[in-house]
Each structure stands twice: as C-alpha cells, then as structure tokens.
Design a protein around this ligand. Structure first.
Ligand SMILES: C[S@@+](CC[C@H](N)C(=O)[O-])C[C@H]1O[C@@H](n2cnc3c(N)ncnc32)[C@H](O)[C@@H]1O
Length: 366
C-alpha cells in the first residue's frame, strides 16, 4: 500500500499534512499530501508502492501531534454495489492483510458524516463475516494482530487498509469516549482526563497518578483540571486570581493561591505533577514549563499551548524544539509528547516527563 490515511480534527488538515510530509521525509519517505479543507482527514501518497506500509511501521504514532489515527491504505474504492458491498472490500484487502485481530468501520469526525456512521455500524456485521471467510480477519478478536479499517468518505466510497496495534490509536475513530462527570466545575476537565489516557499507559496510572501526590495547577479556575487531580486523591496547589469551585475547596485537598502563575514558585520539594492551562503565548508557557523542569520543581508536566495563530504546526514545532533544547542544555533527560486531543480546540496538549537529571545549574526565567 502506498498511502497513509490520517484522521484529524476538522479544520486542522493543513497542520496534519505539514507534519506528515516533514516526518515522512525525515525517514527518507517522500510523497505528497492530498488535502481537502474541513474533511477531517488527509491522505499522504508516497512515491514508492510500499510507502504506506513503511510509514505505519516506522513512523512512531506517539510522535504525531495533529493525527488521531494512522492507517496504511490503497486507492479509494468507488461506487460499492448495493447488492454486494463486501466483495470489493475483501478483494482490496486480499494480499495486503492477513489474520487481522479486529475490524473498524469508520468515518471522519464531521457533522456531515454522522448519517454515514449509522450505516457503518450496521455494515460492520456482514463485513466482519466476509473478512473472516476470506482469512483476512481471525475468528476471534486478537489485541495483538493488525486492525482492519474501512473508512467511508461518502455512501459507497471508502478507503480500506490496516493499522498496527503497537503503533496506532486504540480508540474507535481515534477518539477516546469520556463521560463528563456531572460534578466537575468545567468541561475542560475532559482535556486533562484525555491527556492521562493518551500520555500515561494504563498500567502506570497507580504509580504516576497516585493518591497522596502533590500537584500544582497553574491557571486553575474554575477547577476542571484540579478536579481530575483531586479525584485521583492528590493534594493540589491551585494558582489563579479567579474563584475556585466551592466543592473542590470543600474537599480539603486544594490550596488556592491568588497569584500570577508566572511568578508562583512551589513551597514544597515533593511536587510530582505540574499542570497548566493558562491562556498565554505558547512561547511564554513553554519557557515557564522549562524553568520548572530544569529546576526539578516537578517530575511530570501537562500543559496546553494555545494556538490562535495561522501557522499552528510551525508554532508548536518551534516551541517543542525550544523546550527540548533547554532541557538538554541543562542535562535533563526528558520524554516530550504532544497531541491535538479530541477535547482540544485551538490548542495542543503537551506532556513532559523528566527521566533523570544530571547535575545542573538553576534557571529562573519569568
Ligand atoms: C482556560 S482557563 C483554565 C480552565 C481550567 N483548566 C479548568 O479546567 O477549569 C484559564 C485560566 O487561566 C487563568 N490565568 C490566565 N493567566 C494567568 C496567570 N498569569 N496566572 C494565573 N492564572 C492565569 C485565568 O484566570 C483562567 O482562569
């Protein structure tokens, strides 16, 4: 297969395209993105016949920021006959995928696709049977084998292909389904919850999101992010001039500091988490996060970079490189990941984990 299909948020196709072109080229894979504005996906077509297969194998999915799912695909299948939609899909997959572990019949995340999604749900059952009969799909779900994706862009028109389990999003359409907790003070709470799901492996939650940990939340009001930390049993220093939701203050786990988040400094040595959702220029936020990490004021950080500007991919890349350089100059070994989450709008969410720190000086940039 020579193409990859990349799902993204509607309106972010250009960012997704700029990113794949750059990251594919860095792997020596050249091609061109096909972009339709507001489609909710893009296609990257490689010049070599197996470039799609190579990309899903070699380009680490967690390194992609604006992509929700990455699938190797062939050419668009057009005009599926109503009397037998299954056979052309089976024919397109034969030879390309064998013994896959499961099937997803999906659409782009747009309003226009909602009707089509109803059809996808119904079509999954006969298609699964057809794929099993052809040996493309195993008879039982298998979480280690590739996933078959059938992606409808219009009635009767779809891309078909596969993603690899160790290099894809585990979620249907690349979107984690989270329920808004009715007692949370703001919908933003879902951003931090989604960030935990995306950045922290489930089997490490008990250790890295543990009860009794100390956390600092910069730009905390009304408290959606603090709510997530409190729910996990943490003690939270919430920094913001605005009012915090009374229910959080009543928990006894929150200390509210009416201060400027850029000037606030931790009062304890054992802060594990720093989270930050201040609406500010990305460069200021990235530098502030660097200061905390370099000085060892936290072990892990999750923060948003707001992107009201036009060149969003360039802005994010520039700030992430600047942060990586700052950490490296100071002898900090860190893992940096960024993702345009489902619950993010004009912003991306970044996660940084300090792995260890060699001896280093202190920096304090305000
Ligand atoms: C998007 S809201 C945060 C929402 C919050 N994460 C939640 O889930 O409820 C941004 C907050 O940042 C605060 N903020 C902006 N600049 C700040 C600064 N320099 N210091 C402290 N807070 C700041 C604002 O007062 C506002 O409450």
């Amino acid at each position: 297969m020579n193409k990859v299909l990349l799902y993204c948020r509607q309106g972010f196709e250009k960012e997704c395209a700029a990113e794949i072109a750059e990251k594919a080229a860095a792997l020596g894979i050249f091609g061109f993105p096909r972009v339709k504005e507001n489609a909710g996906y893009i296609l990257f077509e490689g010049y070599q016949p197996d470039d799609g297969d190579k990309l899903v194998r070699e380009l680490p999915f967690p390194r992609l920021i604006f992509t929700r799912q990455m699938v190797a695909v062939g050419d668009l299948i057009r005009d599926l006959p109503q009397e037998d939609r299954v056979s052309p899909i089976v024919a397109a997959l034969l030879g390309a995928v064998k013994r896959a572990g499961d099937l997803r019949v999906e659409v782009a995340d747009t309003n226009e696709s909602k009707e089509l999604l109803k059809f996808c749900r119904k079509f999954t059952v006969p298609l699964r049977i057809g794929l099993r009969q052809a040996g493309i799909l195993l008879n039982h779900e298998n979480a280690k084998q590739p996933l078959v994706h059938v992606f409808f862009i219009a009635p009767g028109h779809c891309y078909v292909g596969y993603s690899l389990r160790n290099n894809n999003s585990p979620f249907f359409m690349g979107i984690p389904r989270l329920r808004f907790p009715s007692d949370a003070p703001s919908r933003s709470t879902l951003k931090l919850e989604e960030a935990f799901h995306v950045f922290i492996p489930a089997d490490e939650w008990d250790e890295r999101l543990a009860s009794g940990m100390y956390a600092v939340d910069l730009g905390a009001c009304p408290g959606g992010w603090t709510y997530q930390l409190v729910q996990r049993g943490m003690m939270v220093h919430a920094v913001d001039n605005g009012p915090m939701a009374p229910c959080l203050m009543d928990s006894g786990q929150v200390m509210h500091h009416r201060e400027d988040g850029f000037k606030y400094r931790p009062t304890r040595h054992n802060v594990y988490w720093l989270v930050c959702d201040m609406v500010e220029k990305p460069v200021r936020v990235a530098r502030l996060m660097g200061t905390w990490l370099v000085n060892g004021w936290c072990r892990e950080a999750i923060f948003n970079l707001k992107l009201p500007m036009k060149k969003r991919y360039e802005e994010v890349s520039h700030n992430l490189s600047m942060l990586a350089e700052l950490l490296s100059e100071n002898g900090i070994n860190a893992q940096i990941q960024a993702r345009h989450l489902y619950h993010d709008r004009e912003e991306v969410t970044v996660h940084v984990r300090r792995i260890w720190s060699a001896a280093g000086g202190r920096r304090d940039e305000r």
